[in-house]
Design a protein around this ligand. Sequence first.
Ligand code: BGC
Length: 745
Amino acid sequence: MIMDSIFSASWIRCGADCCAGGPPESLVWSASGSGHNVTDAGFVFSKCFDCAKTVRKASLQVTALGVYQAQLNGARVGDFILAPGWTSYSKRLQYQTYDITAMLREHNQLDITVCRGWRFLGRTKERITDGFSDRAAALIAAVDIEYHDGSAQKHVTDGSWQVEESKTRYANIYNGEICDASFESQSSAPALAFEHDKSILLPQQGEKIAETQRLEARALINTPKGETVIDFGQNLTGYVEFTVRGGKGRRAVLHHAEILDKDGNFYTENLRTAKQEVVFICDGEAHRYKPSFSFQGFRYIRLTEWPGEPNPADFTAVVVHSDMKRTGYFECSDPLVNRLFENIVWGQRGNFLDIPTDCPQRDERLGWTGDAQVFFRTASYNYDVEKFFCKWLADLAADQAEDGSVPHVVPNIFDREGGSAAWGDAAVIIPWQMYLTYGNQGVLERQFDSMTKWIDFIQSRSRNFIWNKGDHFGDWLNLEKENGGKPADKRMIATAYAAYSTGLLVKAGKVLGRDMARYEQLHRNIVWAFRRKYIKKNGQVRGDTQTGCALALKFGLADNKEAVASQLEKLVKKCGHLTTGFVGTPCLLGALTENGRVKTAYDLLMRREYPSWLYPVTMGATTIWERWNGMFPDGTLADKGMNSFNHYAYGAVGEWLYGTVAGINPDENAPGFRHIVFQPVPDERLSFARASLETRHGLVEAGWKRENGKIIYTFTVPQGCSASVRLGGESRETGPGTFTFEQEG
Ligand code: BGC
C-alpha cells in the first residue's frame, strides 16, 4: 500500500452553487467578535467508485477544514468523534487513516460530511488561501485499494467529487446542532479543487476522541416553572442520544445545563452566549439520533419542545473525551474525599476532549495554559496523558510567539494575547512533569527550544530579575478580598514562577546533557532578587497571603522555611480556611505538610463548610467547580458569567492525595517511577487510604490502615524498580515486591 496518499490529493470545497442563496436566517450565527456572519450548515462530499476485483486491503485517509464524519456504503467509517480534532490549524492539521477493507463492495459510495467545528472560534478570521470566503467547507482525502492480484487503485479528492448540503442544517461547537430529517438537498454540484497548504498535514498524533460511557436518565423532573427536565445524575461532556418520532416538521428541542437554580428550575445563564441547543426536525419516521458535530457540557436537559409524551428510557447521555487509558486510583475511609476524587476524575474526562480545556459548557472551551499547568501532575496520574499532551505541547510550541511569549490559550485563537506568569509557564512545567511521570526524555528534547524561549521571554520582561512588565492573571479567583485582605502581588507571583521555571529548565537541560551554567546563574539571580524584594527581615513573605507563602515554600524561595511555614499556618488559622486561587491552591497543602504542618493541611482537606474542597461535594457536586463560591448553601450563585461547574483547576489537589495521603511520589533521578519515594502522611481522621498507579514499569501501590493501635503500611514495587520508604523520619531502601511496615499510630 502506498502510504500517505493524501498528499497526492487536492483540497476540495463546496462551490458557490451549494449555498447560492445563502443559508436561511435561522442558520446564520455571528461568530463572536469576528464581525462577520458565517453559515454553519454541513456539506456532504461524495464519490462513487467500483471495485472490479477482490480487495486485499484498503484504506481511507482524510482530514477537513472543519470537522468531518465519513460513511461508506451507508455505514460509519471508524469511530473517531469530531475528527480531525483540534490543533493549531494554520500550522498543524492531523489526518486520520481508516482500514476500510471489510466495508468495500462492487459499487461503492463514499460520503464525507464536513461541518465547521472548531474553525472560526477565533477573533481573527482564518481564510482559505484562494480567497473563497468563510463559507467554504473543505476536505482532502485519498482511498487506497490493493487487489489480490497485486494491482492497485487510488481515488483522491478532486473535481470529480460531488457536494451538497447535508441534513445537518447547523452545527456549532458552542450552540449545538440542528438536524432536519426531512431535508433533501435540491442542488448537488461538483466540488471545486483549490490550492491550500498541504505541508500542514500530519498523521494523527494525539489520542482519538471517543464515546467512553453511556448513562441512562436518572429522573424526569417537572420544575416549578413547568419545564420538563431529565437528570442524568452526573455533570459530563458529550451529547444525548434519543429516540424520537413525530409528524413531518414536528420538532424535538433539547437544551443542556449543568445545574438547576435555587428554586429547582433549569439554569443556563452561566453558559453565557453558548446555546447548547439540539434541534431534531421530524419526517414522520422513528429515529434514533445523536449529534455528530458538536458537544455539550451538562447534567440536565430540558425538553423545550418534544413531540408526544417523553419517556426517560428514550434518552441516553453519551460521554465523549480523548481515549486515554485510566492509570490512577485513590480511595480512603472518608466518602466525601472519595467523591472529591471521583469529581477530579470526571473533571478530567469532561475537559480532555482533544485539548485540555478550561470548561466544556460556556462559550470558552479553550486550551487555557494555566489551568492545564496546575492540573497536569494530577492528570498524568489519573490517566496516561503522554500522547495527548505531546500533541498539545507541539501546538503550544507552534503557537509560541517569536519573542517566546506563550499564548493564554492553545490552540491560540486570541491572536497576540499571552505571556502571563503561571499560564505561559505551562511551556516548561508540563514537559518536566511529563518526564517525571513517564520517564521519557523525548518530550524534553522536543520541547527544549520552546522551554528556553519562554525563560528568555521572561527575562526580556524583567528588570533586575524581577518580572515587572506585562499583564498577569495573578492568583485567579482567590478569596483574599472577600476576607478583607489583598490578593498576592502579581509581580511577586510572576517572579516566583520565573525562579521555579528557570530551575526546571536547568534540570531539563542537564538531563539532555546541555551546558546550563548560564541558566543556573540566572536561577540564582532570580532567587536572590525575589528574596531581596519579597522576603521581610523576619524571614516572612511580604503581603501576608497564603499564596505568597505557599509559592515561596514550594518553589524553594524561602530562606527561613520555618518562618514562612508558621506565617502560612497563622494565615490559615486566622480565617479557618483557604483563600488561595488558581495559583496558590495547587501548592498549599504540600507547602504545609512538607514543613511540618500536617494537621493544618488535613484541616483544609477535611473541611466541609464553604470555602473548601469538600463544600461543593456536600452541595451535590459531581465535578470540580471553577470557583470556591460557585453556589452558596442557599443555592444562590456568586457570579453568572464566570461560574463553571466543570473546571478542573482546583482538582490539582489530586496530586496531594496520591503523593501525601497515600504516599506515591516519583524521583527525578530515576523518573517514570523507576525509583519510587513512598512517603505517606496519615491523619487520625482517616482509618485507611490507598492509591495505585499503572506506571511505565508496572503497578505501583501504596496504602495504610489502622489496626489495633497500629498503622500498617503496604507498598508494591514493580519488577526492575526500587523504592525509598520514608516513615517516621527514617528512610529504607527496597527492591521489587510487596512490603508491609508497622508503626505505632
Ligand atoms: C478561564 C480560566 C482561565 C482564565 C484566565 C477564564 O475565562 O475559564 O480557567 O484560566 O480565564 O484567567
